[in-house]
Structure formats: structure tokens, C-alpha cells
Design a protein around this ligand. Sequence first.
Ligand SMILES: NC(=O)c1ccc[n+]([C@@H]2O[C@H](COP(=O)([O-])OP(=O)(O)OC[C@H]3O[C@@H](n4cnc5c(N)ncnc54)[C@H](OP(=O)(O)O)[C@@H]3O)[C@@H](O)[C@H]2O)c1
Length: 431
Amino acid sequence: MAETLRVGIAGLGTVGAETFRILSERKDILLSRSGKKIEVVAVSSQDRHIDRGIDLSGVEWVDDARKLCLMPNVDVVVELIGGAEGIAKDIAEATVTNSKYFVTANKALIAHYGDELGKNAEKNDVSIGFEAAVAGGIPIIKTLREGLGGNQFTRVYGILNGTCNYILSEMRETGRDFKDVLTDAQALGYAEADPSFDIDGIDAAHKLSILASIVFQTKINFEAIHTEGIRFISPIDLEFATELGFRIKLLGIAEIKDEVIQQRVRPCLVSINSQISQVEGVFNAVAVEGGDSGLSLSYGRGAGGGPTASSVISDLLDIASNRRVPNFGVKSDDLVARKSINMDGLHGSYYLRLKVFDRPGVLADLTAIFRDENVSVEAILQRGRDPEELVPVVLTTHETNEEAILRSISKFKLLDSVAEDPRILPIEKFS
Ligand SMILES: NC(=O)c1ccc[n+]([C@@H]2O[C@H](COP(=O)([O-])OP(=O)(O)OC[C@H]3O[C@@H](n4cnc5c(N)ncnc54)[C@H](OP(=O)(O)O)[C@@H]3O)[C@@H](O)[C@H]2O)c1
């Protein structure tokens, strides 16, 4: 490779423009860190005429971003467009097929095609870099793949979506409802115009699938992830959770036991005393447990131009410095397709919130159903007393299994005094 690492950037939006800016302004320090100049030689975006606050003079503008992968003077293509299919996928495939290095912040692409891209890159003696695809500015891929690479962890979990964490934190602090806070988050630029990938948990599931692959040396299995979002969380759940000593967080959790993996993304109650519960607002955190290192938690900004560009540049520094490790921590052929289990096999404690007519015998009916399902109740909370009005009732359980909870819920729904579908949230235990 030449003494200069020649970069082509596809997509000059939030992350692309910031990556370009840092690479232009910090040339000297990047040279002294990697021993090589890192220079953007070509860029492509949809609209050539947008003022992006960056000086593109001397940089070749390419109308079709796919052409970057064919340019002989480009060593590395940085894809910052987004989306699992279409142009992003075309660029990724063509880049590695043409024996060029590929760097991206695109978690959807890696979650769906990371395995085959990694394999293709290996075959063509290049690498794929996706540090920016998980948890923005937190260097979690490097941390897990390299810094903690000697461990055999049993669980990886985290707050992987800053938008959801911001909404939940804000709802708790202000008592406002989900829709109201989501509108604010959109105005502040924390949520997209179409926020469904974030609030329905899909974005967090993309990231979890990548983390699980590295931590458990397994092929990415995004389809196996049980995914729930936060649309149904109401301020009253956040209030009850606080009263019971918990926070509600959207967590991605992947666990391995006897070579079988369980992966889930869903809102959970976590103790106010746990470290993960302290992660508020747009911040992200990723933790691993069960290895020689003990609990290790990484914390930082999970999104935004600066933090995400910081991770893109970390991948470029690795390439410029000729630092090569297998893309997912082990060679593609050593990534095992491990068995996955669904939610039925899960054990734990649960929080259930119901709306009931406060008539005599309601609580006795609920607890009788739990008794029949062998579920033991830990706490019952009720707000208000009015036989004509619906009042919220919360039950928390001792350790049980998910199947028993789901069977109980279907019986609760048959009771005359129960209105609305009961809301269930697992109570996850962490140190
Ligand atoms: N924003 C974040 O905080 C963040 C955090 C982590 C990861 N990411 C990931 O980073 C990637 C980029 O996100 P972003 O927030 O920077 O998105 P963005 O602001 O929407 O930027 C996307 C860019 O892609 C360009 N583009 C769209 N279609 C194109 C095409 N056919 N050919 C060439 N360029 C095209 C757009 O062009 P024009 O500007 O010319 O219209 C725009 O500059 C995504 O994969 C995202 O998931 C983002």
C-alpha cells in the first residue's frame, strides 16, 4: 500500500461530513499515530450543491458512489449512507471484491450481511471495519475483540439505542407521555422522522447481533433476536418502577449457556443500584459478564456526528497502521452457527401492570391465577379506590418462567374486572 492511505467517502451527511472534517483538520496527529497520511481523495453524495460546512476543493466528486470501489487511487471506501440493502450493500460487496478495505457505520448492513462480507474480505486479503456501527463513540468492537479477547463471557448486554434511552429518561423525569417526548426528541434531532427502527427496538437488535457474534464467536443471527420496543411504556410504569426501586431501560441482552444462545431486546426493569440504571439520556453502555475480567462496562455517546466519526477514524487508523485482526475476532470459518432458544425457556422475575375495576375480590382472582400457575407474588401496588373507575394495579413476581407468566396473562384477560391487555416487563438482575 502507498505511503498515503487514500480514502473515498460515500455519503456526506451527519457522520460523513464530520468524518471528512476531522480527517482534514487532524492530518498531523493521524500521521504520527499511524505512520501514514490519511487523505480523502474522493467523495460521493446525492446532492453536490449542499453546503456541508467542509472544504471539498481538491477532492474528486463522484456522482455514482458505486464508482468509488473501482477507482485505482482509492484504498479504502467508507460507506456512510445507511440501509441494509441497495447502494450500501452494492458498495460493500464491490469494495471487498476489488480488494479494497471497507469501513462503515451501518449496523443494519453488518447485522444482515456482516458474515458474508467478512468472509469475502478475508478471501480478498482486506478487512471490514464497523467500530462505528455499534454504540457510536464507544470503542466497543475493539474492546471486546481485542482488549477483552482472552475472556469467555457468558453475557453481553447494554443500552444500545440513545433515542429510546432519552425518551425513557425524559418520560420518567417529566411525567410526560411517550408521544409527547418522542416529538421533542425529533425536534432535537435525537430521533428520525420515521423513528420506528429506534423505538421498536430494531436498531438495538442490529447492534446486539454484532456484539453477540464477537463475544460468543458465533455467526450473526439477527433473525433469532426477540425484539420489543418502548411504544407501550406509559408514565405510570415509570412511576411504579421508581416506587419499587427500579428504572425502566430498553436493553439488548445476549446470553450463552451450554453452547446455546438467547438474544432479546426489550424494555426491562433494572435495580436503581445497578450500574446500567445510571445510564441516562442519549448515552449508551455495553457490559460483559462471566469472564476473567469480571464485570466490564463501557459508557459513552452512542450517536451523533462527532462520536460516530471518532469510531470511523479508529478503523482508518488500524488500516493505516497495518493492524489486522479477524473482523469478528476469529476467522470467518471459526464462527460457529450456534443454536438459539426462544423466550419460552427464560426464567426470571416480572412486573405486570393491569387496569382493573376496583371491585371486591379482584386481587384474590389475580393471585388465584398466579397460584394455579405456580407463580409467587412479591409485591402488589394499587393506585386509587373507585369501583366505577379503572385503577392501575401492579404485581411483581418472584423467580418464575416466561411461559407461566404468559399463561397467567391470558387467564387475566378473561376476568370481567380486567380492562386492557396487561403490560409485562421482565425484571433483569445485574450487578
Ligand atoms: N447519525 C448518527 O448519529 C449515527 C450513529 C451511528 C451510526 N450511524 C450510521 O451512519 C450511517 C450514516 O448516517 P447519517 O446519520 O450520517 O445519515 P444522513 O445524515 O442521512 O446521511 C446520509 C448521507 O448519504 C447520502 N446518500 C443517500 N443516498 C445516496 C446515494 N444513493 N449515493 C450517495 N450518497 C447518498 C446523503 O446524501 P445528501 O446529503 O447529498 O442528500 C447523505 O449525505 C448510517 O448507516 C447510520 O445508521 C449514524
